[in-house]
Write a protein that binds this ligand. Structure first.
Ligand SMILES: *Cc1c(COP(=O)(O)O)cnc(C)c1O
Length: 352
């Protein structure tokens, strides 16, 4: 079989996982859609024109998003999760020795997308507290002559965030396209989307997968200047979004106020878990603006195994991610789930 050159060497994302009793490993919403929203979605699906290509549904969702952000429809593109958006942005600025700078540790997919786009990857190290040194980042982007700089804000898996002013500092001072991945911004509350009107190099990616509990539907979107969306759009195949997901997302977006209480609940749980985890000896807890918390603990491998034995799934990082040595990432569940996770960690740490 004659596969594409280097396909064998292509790193892959390990998406295999057990169906844990308490699943806090993938930053999903622990709750399915609010019942009221689910009812409306199911009703809407009863009217889907399966025989037609999804133009109308695509246009409806874009229209809603444009209205909410007070931008033109031509400034928005939809994708199969923000994953597809990010992949296409990397593709649009990749190939032919193009250079892409992204922080490490951050979303592990950036490295894979850079490879898939046949671009040169330039990882930029966060400092020992996992903060991004903005001046150094700008310097690096400009020094290597990057074609695309990527920042995840708030950052996955570290949970910390740049201020909008810091994001603006980057947008203003780098000489290339700037992809801002705001997958967790609903838990932070400070989006930099309005900067797209001022900085034509800025592309903001958002998703329905995290705060809006639609990871299974695969819907994301991006906001950028008109000219940028026109170019990125060339990288998408026609009809890459399906009507079912678009119709569901359209209802979810109409009813997004219904998600506010659960976003607030997640933020409150994050604070509560942060304070609790901090009391455990030997456990370093990183402040988070997301729906998850990163901890560092010398016996992380054994702790992970212990949690697995209790059918609790947290995110364990492969030893190849050296910057995340001994780190575990815990997504917020319900209050009851979080209590169980905390009790288990506490037991382990106390040697029970
Ligand atoms: C989850 C996540 C995404 C995208 O998820 P989709 O389901 O594809 O929208 C993008 N970036 C980061 C950092 C994420 O954690």
């Amino acid at each position: 079989m004659n596969y594409r050159k280097d396909l064998e060497k292509m790193p892959s994302y390990d998406g295999t996982e057990k169906n844990y009793q308490i699943k806090v490993n993938a930053n999903e919403s622990t709750l399915n859609l609010p019942p009221l929203v689910e009812e409306r979605v199911l009703n809407r699906l009863g009217y889907v024109a399966f025989n037609r290509y999804p133009n109308e549904e695509y246009d409806l969702l874009v229209g809603q998003i444009a209205k909410n952000f007070s931008v033109k429809k031509s400034q928005i593109l939809l994708g199969g999760g923000s994953s597809e958006i990010i992949e296409k942005v990397f593709h649009a600025f990749g190939g032919d020795g193009k250079k892409i700078v992204y922080p490490v540790p951050s979303f592990s997919m950036y490295k894979i997308y850079a490879k898939a786009a046949e671009a040169q990857a330039f990882p930029f190290n966060l400092d020992e507290k996992f903060d991004l040194n903005v001046d150094e980042f700008i310097k690096k982007v400009n020094e290597v002559g990057a074609d695309l700089a990527v920042v995840c804000n708030p950052n996955n898996p570290t949970g910390n965030a740049l201020t909008v002013a810091q994001v603006e500092e980057i947008a203003k001072n780098i000489n290339c396209a700037f992809l801002l991945d705001e997958a967790y911004v609903e838990f932070y509350g400070h989006s930099a989307f309005s900067l797209i009107q001022k900085y034509p190099n800025l592309i903001v990616a958002r998703t329905f997968s995290k705060a809006y509990g639609m990871a299974g539907a695969r819907v994301g979107y991006m906001l950028a200047a008109e000219d940028v969306t026109r170019m990125i759009n060339k990288t998408f195949m026609p009809y890459h979004m399906n009507t079912l997901s678009l119709a569901a997302a359209d209802i979810v977006y109409q009813m997004r106020d219904e998600f506010v209480p659960r976003i607030q609940m997640t933020v409150a749980e994050r604070q509560r878990m942060f304070e609790q985890l901090k009391t455990l000896p030997g456990v370093e807890v990183f402040p988070s603006q997301t729906n998850f918390i990163l901890i560092r603990y010398e016996k992380a491998t054994a702790l992970n195994e212990y949690l697995e034995s209790l059918d609790i799934g947290v995110r364990y990082f492969s030893p190849s991610a050296v910057e995340l040595k001994n780190c575990l990432r815990i997504s917020m569940g319900t209050r009851m789930e979080n209590d169980e996770v905390f009790a288990a960690i506490k037991n382990f740490v106390n040697g029970k």
